[in-house]
Design a protein around this ligand. Structure first.
Ligand SMILES: Cc1cc2nc3c(=O)[nH]c(=O)nc-3n(C[C@H](O)[C@H](O)[C@H](O)COP(=O)(O)OP(=O)(O)OC[C@H]3O[C@@H](n4cnc5c(N)ncnc54)[C@H](O)[C@@H]3O)c2cc1C
Length: 343
C-alpha cells in the first residue's frame, strides 16, 4: 500500500488508536473519527497482562499500579494465588490513548464506516457496537476506601451461579475498580456487585458503569476491515480486550504494509489460538452446573490458569500441559486446533 493512500479509522479505543499510531509512524496519513467527546469514556477495568510487552512498551507515566500478585476465590475461599513477580498493569486508559494518538488529529464525529467516501482504506474500530456475535455483560463500580486486599494484588472471585467472575483492581490511593461480568443479566450482576461491595466493607462508590463485551470470538465479516472488539478480538473468558485489540491492529498494520493476508498475520500473533482456547473453556463452564464449575476451576493447575489469562497459550504449551495434567484436560475437553477467523 503506498503511503499516499488515505486511511480512515473509525473509533479511537485501544485498537483504533494503536493502528493509527503504527500507520502514522510508518509515514501514512491517517484520519481518526471518534463519536465521544472524551477518550476512554467506555467502562473498562484498565487491567493489562504483562504479555503486552511482547509488542508494546507500556509508558511508565500511565501505569496506575503494577500487578505483582493475584488471588482467585471460589465460593468465598482463596483457591489460587500467585505473587512475587509482575503479572501486568492497571493503566490509565485515557493516558494510554492520548499517548497513542499524540500528533494525530481525531475528528469528534460519529460515522458509519461502510458509508465513508474518499478513502482508500476504511477500518472499523468501533468496539462492541460493530460486533454481531455473542456478548457478555459487565457492571463496575469505581470505589474509594476498599478495605480488603493488597495495593499490588488483584482479586478475582469466580462466580458459580452464572458463568463469569467479579474483580477488584487497585487504582492506587485507596481507590479500586470493583466489577462483575459474565453471561447473565444486569439485574443478577447488580445484586452480585452489591454483595461484593458489602464484603469489601461498603467502600464509597464514586460511580457505577455497565457495558457489553464481545465474547463469541473472531468474526471477520465483509465490508470494512475490522480491528479490536469490532472484530471480536477479546478473550472470551477473561473479557480482556485492550491487549488483544492492539494485537489485532498490529496484524492489520503488517497486512496493509506488506500485502500479506490479514488472517495469516492474525494467526502469527497467536491471538486466534488463545481466543479459541478461552472459548472452549467458556463453553465447558456453560455446560456445567454450578458445582461442576466450581470443581473445574479448583482443579485448574495454576500454570494453566496463568498462561490462559495472560494470553500466551501455544499448541506446544497445550501438548505439554495435557501430558502433565491429563485428568484436568480430559474434564475440559481440550485440545483445540489452531483456528482461522470465521467468515
Ligand atoms: C466493564 C468492563 C470492564 C472491562 N475491563 C477490561 C480490562 O480490565 N482489561 C481489558 O483489557 N479489557 C477490559 N474490557 C474490555 C475492553 O474495554 C474492550 O475490549 C476494549 O476497550 C476494546 O477496544 P477497542 O478499541 O476495540 O474498542 P473500544 O475501546 O470500545 O473503542 C471503540 C471506540 O469507537 C467509538 N465509536 C463507536 N461508534 C463510533 C462511530 N460510529 N463513529 C466514531 N466512533 C465510534 C467509541 O466511542 C469508542 O471510543 C472491559 C469491558 C467492560 C465493559
Amino acid at each position: 500500500m503506498p503511503t499516499s493512500d488515505r486511511i480512515a479509522i473509525v473509533g479511537a479505543g485501544p485498537a483504533g488508536a494503536f493502528l493509527s499510531r503504527l500507520l502514522c509512524d510508518a509515514g501514512f496519513g491517517v484520519e481518526v473519527f471518534e463519536v465521544l467527546p472524551k477518550l476512554a469514556a467506555k467502562p473498562c477495568g484498565w487491567a493489562v497482562p504483562y504479555t503486552i510487552e511482547s509488542f508494546f512498551r507500556v509508558p511508565e507515566d500511565i501505569v496506575l499500579c503494577e500487578v505483582r500478585g493475584y488471588r482467585v476465590y471460589v465460593e468465598g475461599r482463596v483457591e489460587k494465588e500467585g505473587g512475587g513477580r509482575r503479572y501486568g498493569y492497571i493503566v490509565d486508559k485515557e493516558g494510554l490513548l492520548k499517548h497513542l494518538l499524540e500528533g494525530i488529529t481525531v475528528r469528534r464525529k460519529g460515522v458509519d464506516p461502510t458509508r465513508l467516501k474518499g478513502y482508500d482504506v476504511v477500518v472499523d474500530a468501533r468496539g462492541h457496537v460493530a460486533y454481531d456475535g455473542a456478548k457478555a455483560r459487565a457492571l463496575q463500580a469505581v470505589a474509594r476506601g476498599v478495605s480488603e486486599g493488597n495495593s499490588e494484588y488483584i482479586e478475582i472471585f469466580f462466580e458459580t451461579e452464572f458463568v463469569g467472575y467479579s474483580w477488584v483492581f487497585p487504582l492506587g490511593g485507596g481507590r479500586a475498580k470493583v466489577g462483575v461480568g459474565g453471561l447473565t443479566g444486569f439485574d443478577v450482576l447488580e445484586a452480585r456487585l452489591q454483595s461484593l461491595l458489602r464484603r469489601l466493607g461498603r467502600p464509597q462508590v464514586e460511580r457505577v458503569e455497565g457495558g457489553m463485551i464481545a465474547s463469541g470470538g473472531l468474526l471477520q465479516r465483509g465490508g470494512a476491515l475490522r480491528v479490536g472488539e469490532a472484530l471480536g478480538a477479546v478473550m472470551p473468558l477473561s473479557g480482556e480486550g485492550i491487549r488483544p485489540g492492539m494485537l489485532s491492529s498490529l496484524a492489520l498494520f503488517r497486512s496493509l504494509t506488506t500485502g500479506a493476508d490479514f488472517s495469516g498475520e492474525l494467526e502469527r500473533t497467536g491471538l486466534p489460538f488463545n481466543i479459541k482456547v478461552q472459548l472452549a473453556i467458556l463453553r465447558k463452564l456453560e455446560s456445567l452446573p454450578p458445582r461442576g464449575r466450581a470443581e473445574l476451576i479448583r482443579s485448574a493447575p495454576v500454570e494453566v490458569l496463568e498462561c490462559v489469562t495472560a494470553g500466551c497459550v501455544t499448541p506446544a504449551f497445550v501438548a505439554k500441559a495435557i501430558a502433565r495434567w491429563p485428568l484436568f484436560f480430559a474434564k475440559l475437553g481440550l485440545p483445540v486446533r489452531s483456528p482461522k477467523p470465521q467468515s
